[in-house]
Design a protein around this ligand. Structure first.
Ligand code: SF4
Ligand code: SF4
Length: 164
């Protein structure tokens, strides 16, 4: 049997189409994140991170996410509309540690393969992912609903979870 492209190619070798197909559409990268070196009290909002720093995920999600399907409502325009939108590319793979551990790109980058719940292993459907709790569905609040001064009240551990 022919092996699928994600088992035979490196991320750098993938075509644009393959690269796009790899995304599980979990929506975790649309959550607000903060970094600090040791404590939540010192955390600051940022779009860059050093390897020694710690990422704090929150359950605050970008207003442009459809939280039921976990898809971006403005995918083609996302980086223009939301300057902080993280668009992972082959060129910025070194920043992969900024992504959640269950992120397909991070998993492949770290040699962990794709999980059994990934849409590519489930006829393109996201239902297994949602059922396993690996997407953001049902767990978020929109950024317009919260006072970002109190982001620490929204720190969440579930975005750090991975399965398989
Ligand atoms: S613009 Fe779209 S892809 Fe970017 S963070 Fe918002 S919902 Fe996610
Ligand atoms: S975390 Fe990774 S796999 Fe999940 S939606 Fe974002 S880019 Fe795609």
């Amino acid at each position: 049997m022919t092996k699928p492209f994600w088992e035979t190619k490196t991320l750098e070798e993938m075509t644009e189409q393959e690269w796009e197909a790899l995304c599980d559409g979990c929506g975790k990268c649309c959550l607000h994140k903060f970094i600090d070196d040791d404590s939540v009290e010192n955390a600051v909002t940022t779009d860059t991170i050093k390897p020694e720093e710690k990422v704090h995920y929150t359950n605050i999600v970008c207003d442009l996410l459809n939280t039921k399907t976990c898809s971006c409502t403005q995918y083609m325009e996302r980086t223009r509309l939301v300057p902080d939108c993280v668009k992972l590319t082959k060129e910025n793979l070194k920043d992969i540690f900024f992504m959640p551990t269950s992120c397909s790109y991070r998993r492949l980058y770290e040699g962990r393969g794709l999980p059994s719940w990934h849409p590519l292993l489930n006829a393109g459907r996201k239902s297994a992912m949602h059922k396993k709790g690996m997407s953001v569905r049902g767990k978020t609040v929109f950024e317009h609903q919260v006072d970002m001064e109190h982001f620490e009240d929204y720190i969440a551990l579930w975005p750090l979870e991975d399965l398989d």
